[in-house]
Design a protein around this ligand. Sequence first.
Ligand SMILES: *Cc1c(COP(=O)(O)O)cnc(C)c1O
Length: 366
Amino acid sequence: MHRPTSGDVIDLSSDTVTRPSHAMLDAMMSAETGDEQRDGDPSVTRLCSMVAERLGKEAAMFLPSGTMANQVAMLLHCRPGDEIIAAADSHITYSEGGGAAALAGAQLLLVDHRQGEIDAARIRAALRPHRPQSVRSRLLLIEQTFNRGGGAVWSLDALEAATDVAREAGLAIHLDGARLFNAEVASGVEAATYAKLVDTVWIDLTKGLGCPFGAVFAGSKAAIEEAWRYKIRLGGGMRQAGIMAAAGVYALKHNVARLAEDHARAKRLADMITGTTDLTIASPRIDTNIVHVDLRPVGITAGAFTDHLAEAGVCCSQVDTHTLRLVTHLDCDDRDIDIAAARIREAEAELCGSSRRPMKAEVAQP
Ligand SMILES: *Cc1c(COP(=O)(O)O)cnc(C)c1O
């Protein structure tokens, strides 16, 4: 993607673009450390107990990335030839280098969903019969919040219904909770309440939580013990990782409740876009910090709009050929959102050459 090199660029391409704050860096600089793989690193141990407690799990393990957490989960739960039921567009299917097939040797059964939520009936219909000719249905993989569904939150009812079916069928259940705390803050349902319904779960420290590194994977004591072998096998065993873990400890204390601000800004951004342009919002609801903008009403491709917007100093990403993705985060404030909305309005006017309604809240360009 083209990124302007000067001017005040507002980067809404992802919530991963945040830089560690001074306070977070201070916490990292003063972290107590040890060898994670030998006697343990005290800061890593602390982070893992904090996450295990918040997720209501017995144990947790620190990993370099969320992608590795999903790979560990698939290796832990599946044997080659097993099948994983997941929503079409799940992160494991399009952003993890084909790891399900390449590493776990698992086959994916991708099912229809509503912004990530899979109906219990659909899961039941996806279960394979018990006979030697069939692939073995083994794992239900859930994503909360659902990234490609515009950060939508699974309702607790839907999650209970889906996990009930999977449990009855003897499937293991894994929760990709990259943005699980966004779901907690948006719904008021504790992360532990969602996590209780699944066997393994992880949270990403580098999305809304603003850390430079890492993910934390949680489950039963036995699951984490076994998962350690896969962490090592994938090259995820670290040494003085406490420097990174300290950022996570800091984030859990300071950056969870504030996710509500990101959610409010995403809604406000969406309102300003629909109020001042002919663009529409692609997802039926904006639950958290992700806004998908549908460009079809104005007939411009996402590539053209993204390039034009980047010239104007707003970075966004693309979901597909006609959908833009804008993500709010720790490093953008209300003023940035106002400016971004104004620049989007101008970009639309320039690209479409049509007259526009006035901005509700006109913001002076710096
Ligand atoms: C970002 C993300 C991942 C991967 O996490 P990384 O830390 O970037 O490897 C997995 N699942 C979802 C839903 C994500 O948003």
